[in-house]
Every structure is written in structure tokens, then in C-alpha cells.
Design a protein around this ligand. Sequence first.
Ligand SMILES: Cc1cc2nc3c(=O)[nH]c(=O)nc-3n(C[C@H](O)[C@H](O)[C@H](O)COP(=O)(O)OP(=O)(O)OC[C@H]3O[C@@H](n4cnc5c(N)ncnc54)[C@H](O)[C@@H]3O)c2cc1C
Length: 381
Amino acid sequence: VDLDFTPDDLAFQAEARAFVTEHFPPGRAYEQSRDRKRWAAALHARGWAAYRWPVEHGGPPWTATQRFIWERETTSRGVPPVLGGMGMGMLAPVLMGYGTPEQRARHLPGILDDSVEWCQGYSEPGSGSDLASLRTRAVREGDQYVIDGEKVWTSWAHIAKWMFGLVRTSDEARKQQGITFLLIDMTTPGIEVSPIVTIDGLHTLNRVTFTGVRVPVENRVGEEGQGWTVAKGLLTHERTGLAFVSESLRLLGLLREVSARLDGDFAQRLAQTEVELRALEITELRTLAEAEAGASTGAQSSILKLKGTEIIQRVTELFTEAAGVYAAPWTPIPEGGNAHPIGPDWAFTEVQRYFSGRAASIAGGSDEVQRNIIAKSVLGL
Ligand SMILES: Cc1cc2nc3c(=O)[nH]c(=O)nc-3n(C[C@H](O)[C@H](O)[C@H](O)COP(=O)(O)OP(=O)(O)OC[C@H]3O[C@@H](n4cnc5c(N)ncnc54)[C@H](O)[C@@H]3O)c2cc1C
């Protein structure tokens, strides 16, 4: 496997770096509330908004290595490589693979220009890891499905205009075969969204209940009963994006700069984490090289997710330790606010990041479930 960048890749790296610097000169950090719209528009104008999409749907003609370079150049500066949330990364590939031409024409533009937010309605009380046991029911009545049930842990449901969700349309045969994939307009009567505030003090999660919610049959992706196949394809896309390598690299770099305790046991743990992160980085590069050569990455995405989660959690632990007493006065992210931080700037939101990081080993499929996948697919157990 050749892991060196080609001259073309190096030229692209310089171009990408210049583009990021043009919008975020040194010292100008990305701030979601202030910069999101501006950055989305800049990416869209440059044709780089959907950098993982195929060219025919509006993606740039980049190789997998160039996509990797782009992620590194943005994330290392704390700038998101892509906007468009769950619609961009998860639903769009599904619509390209399984959607009708009408569904693509209707939904892809709103994802591409970041004007329509989507949420993912999979998990239910009692159906997370064992997703195939889900019970939210959809009964066909003429050219509509009528939905009753409950989804939980639904990220961003309170701001989403649409949900892509799984519903049960049959109890016959294997439980996986009775599941159908639907696109649900969140303004439909009968949908109620209630907040779940997590230990980091943030509201991103929700409970969503459905009471007699009517969804046109034309909003079904794939055939009735084939939702499991559609959903499985989507989960691979979700997990590949969960290795956090660039983010961990950025945080470790920052930690080296700010930490006053770069000695003894702390320094050793920092170095150990960095070594493992570099190994993960090589694994990610190798996966990319294999994908580029046309190989299926399969269980690799579970390995990247599992190890990446472990490392980012360790990085946030080191950060919290380095912050010392300043980690104690927990302060919410001050986007747009003018609150005066207690302690150094870099420690200001550290505890929030630490708590948020805990969820990484659950969201997108828990660690134990990833280990089961690796045991079966890689080790053949
Ligand atoms: C921050 C966050 C955001 C999320 N966003 C969304 C979202 O937008 N949409 C959505 O649909 N869902 C979302 N989820 C839900 C997430 O997918 C589930 O929480 C996850 O799949 C685990 O399911 P569960 O919570 O029901 O736990 P359970 O499945 O009940 O698991 C409980 C424990 O048992 C273990 N366990 C379960 N089965 C096995 C097994 N076979 N072998 C060994 N151990 C096992 C698990 O690892 C875990 O430790 C989100 C979760 C989090 C934390």
C-alpha cells in the first residue's frame, strides 16, 4: 500500500489550505452560530459542499485521498469539512442508491445547499442495539401509511424539517423483513417532539411520538419490508465518519501547547495516546487506499469507530486533567455570548466536551456491538 501523497495530492493540499485560510485567517476560529451559513454558502459556491457525493449528484471529482486531505485541512483548523448534517452524510447516499428519481430531485437540493435539516428516527425505547425489534407501526390505508409509536434519542428532531425513519409494516417472517424505510415531514399532524437534555447540559436529543401520522406511500424508500437492507447501508456511512482522527489530532496539538504538565506520568500517557492515534491514522489511510482500489471496507468502519472513540475519550480525559481546578466551574459553550470565562480560554468548555465525549461509545452503535461485528466478520468467531 502506497501511503505517500502524489504531487497532485500535494497541490490539492495547498489549494484546500488556501481556501480554508481565506475564510478563516489564523486567529479567527470557526463559530457555529456566527459562521455556519457563511461557510455553507462558500462551500456551495466553490462546488465543495458535498465532497463525498459522486460527481453526477453535485460532488467534486476528488479521489478518496483528496477527501482525506480536505478533512485534515479543515478539522485541524477546527472548521467543519462539511455541513448539511444527517441529510448530507447519511440520507443522501441512501437516496442515491435506493431512492426514486422523484425523491432525489425533491430532497437532494435542500441537503446540498444546507437549507433542510434531517433527523434519523431509528432507535426506540427497548430497540437500540437490537434495532430489528422496533415496534413503531405503519399501517397502509390507500396511498398513505398511518404511523403510531415512539422514537427516542433522536438527534436534532426539534430543528429538523424531515425525518428518515424505520417503521414496522409486518410481523410475519423474520423481524428484519417487516421493516420499511420512510421519509416523514416533521410538520405532519400527530408528531410530538419533546427534549432530552444530556449530562453535558445540551439539548440535542429528543423523544418523538407518532399518533395517527399520515405519510404518503410515495415517501417510502425501497420496497415495503426492505427497510432493513436500506438502513444497513446507511449505518456503514454513519460509522465511517465516527473515527474522529482529525479532531483528536487537533486536540492533542492544543493540549501540547497549553498544558503546563508535560512531564512524568502525564507526558507518558499523552505520548501513548498520540502513538495510538498515529496508528489509527495509518489504519484510516489504509482503509482509504483500499476503498480507492475498489475493495469493500466492511468491518473496517467498526474498527475505526471503536478505536477512534476510545482515543477521543482519552484525549478529553487528559484535557480535563490538564485544566485542573478550572475544569470544575462547568460553563456551557459561549457561542455568541459575552460571558467572561473562568480560567484560561482553552479550559472554558472543557468539561462539556468531556461529558459530550462519553456518548461517543453509544451513539452510532455501542462499543460492545462493534466488537461483536469485528469478532464475527474479521476474526470469524
Ligand atoms: C448522543 C447520541 C445520539 C444519538 N442519536 C440518535 C439518532 O439521531 N437517531 C437514532 O435513531 N438513535 C440515536 N441514538 C441512539 C443510539 O443509536 C442507541 O443509543 C444505541 O444504538 C444503543 O442502544 P440503546 O441506547 O437502546 O442501548 P441498549 O441496546 O439497550 O444497550 C445497553 C447496553 O447493553 C449492551 N449490549 C446490547 N446488546 C448487546 C450485545 N448483543 N452484546 C453485548 N452487549 C450488548 C450495549 O453495548 C450497552 O452497553 C443516539 C444515541 C446517543 C448516545
